[in-house]
Ligand binder design. Structure first.
Ligand SMILES: [Zn+2]
Length: 288
């Protein structure tokens, strides 16, 4: 066992550096190649080339060493557009209000403790809001008592992450953030029968509503790739029938008027990614 592997799970991950510490050389190399390719291509793309869209950047974590990067990204979003809440974003996609500019609806997946420790204070400082999607069955878990289960959150069992508790969620909601559902057990809906999938969506909604005493209107599909992790002709309709007002995926791209709130596209972000990466992922080609 390597020293890094021996240390897995001794205490929850607090930094992005530690989060990536157990990556193999191959993974590290691929990361470097990817970063170099993005740096080379970034000047050819710009989010300010077009308007009339809502982009949903999505994050998983803001670790201790990502705070500065996250604040920098918020400033960038505010510079080129407006950060709006998910209810307003859904109203735009539904056509209730016009998409008369560039809008960003920030979203977070899974339910990690670093949301309240790092993301929330930075959002509040910048007068920005975000929607946080919790895997309800992990909320209130304890890194010591539930260590084995928490290590299983990632398939390779390489990291121990601390999750929020319900009081944290209530505090975030009180600060103006939206708490949505990311299922109960962070499941692949496509691998489950219809009843089990429906239960994941329904139970998580009920748990969140009971704990927060307010409606849980938005569902964010775990893993989120259409046709792979969920069935586009089944699961969004199921969410709608259960009373959700949106279904968020991990398909990249802008959401424009005439789109569907039950097939929302999002763009994955790392909180400490340089602005050129944000430009690259959120931008349209400058030429063509
Ligand atoms: Zn997730």
């Amino acid at each position: 066992m390597t020293p890094a592997a021996m240390s897995v799970g001794s205490s929850p991950v607090r930094t992005y550096r530690a989060f990536r510490a157990n990556e193999g050389l191959g993974q590290k190399f691929r990361g470097l190649v990817r970063a170099a390719a993005i740096a080379a291509l970034a000047p050819s793309r710009s989010p300010t080339r077009t308007t009339g869209w809502v982009r949903f950047p999505y994050y998983h974590h803001v670790f201790d060493d990502e705070r500065t990067g996250f604040a920098r990204q918020l400033k960038y979003f505010k510079n080129i557009g407006e950060i709006i809440g998910i209810d307003d974003a859904v109203a735009m996609i539904d056509g209730e209000t016009p998409i008369d500019g560039r809008y960003f609806c920030l979203t977070f997946d899974d339910g990690f403790k670093n949301w309240i420790e790092n993301a929330l204070p930075i959002l509040v400082e910048h007068q920005a809001v975000a929607a946080f999607f919790v895997a309800a069955g992990y909320i209130g878990t304890d890194p010591e008592c539930d260590r084995e289960r928490l290590l299983g959150f990632y398939d390779d069992r390489s990291r121990l992450m601390a999750f929020l508790n319900w009081e944290d969620c209530r505090q975030m909601a009180a600060a103006g953030m939206t708490i949505g559902s990311h299922s109960v057990d962070h499941v692949y809906l496509s691998k489950m029968g219809a009843d089990a999938a429906r239960q994941e969506m329904q139970r998580s909604k009920q748990m969140i509503e009971a704990e927060l005493r307010q409606p849980c209107d938005h569902f964010c599909c775990p893993f989120g790739i259409p046709g792979v992790d969920f069935m586009p002709d089944t699961h969004p309709d199921m969410a709608k029938a259960l009373g959700y007002r949106s279904f968020l995926t991990t398909r990249r791209g802008p959401n424009r008027a005439g789109g569907s709130a039950f097939a929302i596209c999002r763009d994955h972000m790392l909180a400490n990614a340089p602005i050129r990466e944000v430009r690259y992922f959120l931008g349209d080609p400058i030429w063509g």
